[in-house]
Structures are given as C-alpha cells and as structure tokens.
Design a protein around this ligand. Structure first.
Ligand SMILES: [Zn+2]
Length: 92
C-alpha cells in the first residue's frame, strides 16, 4: 500500500499510527487539505468518504490508473521493480 501511495505522489494530511487521511486521489478532492480519503497501512485497505470507493491496495491502483486489477498489478510491479508474479496462478 505504501508503494502504491508513493506511485500516486499522495501525501497524507493526518497520520494516526497506521491510519492515514488525506485528499482522495480517485475523485480528486477539491482541497489539498481534504481528509475524505482514509488509508490503513496495516490492513492494506482504503476507503473514501467522498466518492465511496474502497478496497485493498490493488483496487486502489486499479481505480487510480483506470486499469483492470490484473493490469494494475502488472503496472505496480513494473514501476516498483518487483518481479511480476505471472507464472503459475496468473498464467494465461
Ligand atoms: Zn474519493
């Protein structure tokens, strides 16, 4: 989740332990100081109180990049230098 947020250049406004709040990168909060977007780093989960979008880190990448879950996973792996886990379960 942390890597995904870095890919999006997202900056939290408040931070309480694993819980970060800030402007929503999906519906583009009008204010930089908005806290409608909530992220739990420990649970790898996010939720936006503005647009209602929620899910795990891959759902977030998928929403943000406008890609399918599969494509988003590949995109994130490529951008962060993680080997794409494409063999086995993901074989097409
Ligand atoms: Zn939102």
């Amino acid at each position: 989740m942390r890597r995904i947020l870095e890919l999006m250049d997202w900056q939290e406004v408040t931070c309480h332990g694993d819980q970060l709040r800030g402007p929503c990168p999906i519906h583009k909060s009008s204010s930089e100081r908005s806290r409608s977007f909530s992220v739990n780093l420990n649970k790898n989960a996010y939720h936006c109180f503005g647009c209602g979008s929620k899910g795990n880190q891959l759902d977030l990448a998928s929403e943000y990049f406008g890609l399918s879950l599969y494509q988003a996973a590949r995109e994130v792996c490529q951008r962060t230098g993680i080997e794409v886990p494409i063999r086995g379960a993901f074989r097409r």
